[in-house]
Design a protein around this ligand. Sequence first.
Ligand code: GCU
Length: 439
Amino acid sequence: MKKLFLLVALAFGIGFVQSVRAQQDVVAGIPVNYDESKVGDYKATLPDALVFNNGKPVRNARQWMRKRRPEIVKLFEKYEYGKWPAKRPKLRYAVQKDFGLGGMAVRKQVTVYFSPDDNGPRVDVLIYLPRDAKGPSPLLLNLSFSPNNLVVFEPGVKPGRRWDPNTRTANVIPTPPTLAPNPAMRIGMNETVRMFLQAGIGFATLNYTDMEPDFKDAAALGIRGLYLKPGQTEPAEDEWGAISAWAWGISNVMDYFVEDADIDAGRVALTGCSRLGKTTIWTGARDPRFAVVIPSCSGEGGAAISRRNFGENLAHITAESRYRYQFCFNYSKYADRVDELPVDANLLVALIAPRPLLLQTGTTDTWSDAKGEWVAACEAAKVYELLGKDALVPGADPDHVPAPDRPIYSTLGYVIHEGGHGVMPQDWIYYLEFCKKFL
Ligand code: GCU
């Protein structure tokens, strides 16, 4: 019994800790502001998506796509997430195909290897496609904190792995005999997968730490390890942090989708929550092949305005004791001068345009600053409009966050659920509606 408890606690990992997170006044020795009147004037220094670095205005869609957009991508690479290698690795795939979920789905378990070494960095992707599909299926790719065998709970799903930060080794997580479904934790999601399949949309999931562990000084243990020069132990200041490493891995998984004749790679949506929400939006920004992007509670270092000092701020997230390693090291240099940061979340949101983007947040998720995401979206709306797409609602006001559980399904969409950090059962319905509309 004790063993089982330990196993499940381990499997829930970070997500579990997240769900019981209380509002703290000081994090990493840095005070946290939860008072809207003390947020400060962040608007004055906010970079403008439609003004080039040289101060000239962006006049049309062509200038945005050809010049301003690439300029902004470079800024995010340099100052926030870090560059990833231009050269793609030679990928290898191992594909196992059968049927799943009581026979309603074609089930594929694909291992994408990033190197010639079978024990090197690799990721297991569990894919369900509607069995009665007449042609290639669209799909939603879910980034998970859990190994695949805890996400979809049924016989035959390959046991995944989880890293132990103390021993710095990855251990196999056996499938437990029972598992209570919990959509917020993205485990036991059989019903959610069925719901997508019934709508003709496939569902795929992967465990992000397959590609690289999520702790400090771990670059050498993951895919970044394949690119370190002799003698180099960590990436340079403008080179990829962990989020960029995961994003790059996911972009390589897209390369597999392109090769799989059962998948319509032009209709792939991407979702993830929290640090995986950050990973989702950065992947979508870097790899325009993702047709629909759905970051959940991505907060600081994601879709929430960094210059708004509310909840987690840049100093908290890049504290050495916390998540400095998830970003390029340049990012932490702005901890005490965020108003000088050459980028902010409004630019990140704009990088997804003209593709559909649904930002999902929560009313009591103060740490992730749901309002900061709304403000970023209101700012980025003008880019969507320049590209001829609808954004939010007419006259969207940065100071008025929409009412809870009233999703806005515009090309630039937003929804705030009643509740805290994570994905509520109704959020999966919102994602499905958004995918049905736009995929
Ligand atoms: C921490 C971190 C957040 C992050 C979250 C998560 O709370 O401060 O920025 O989103 O972890 O990934 O669960």
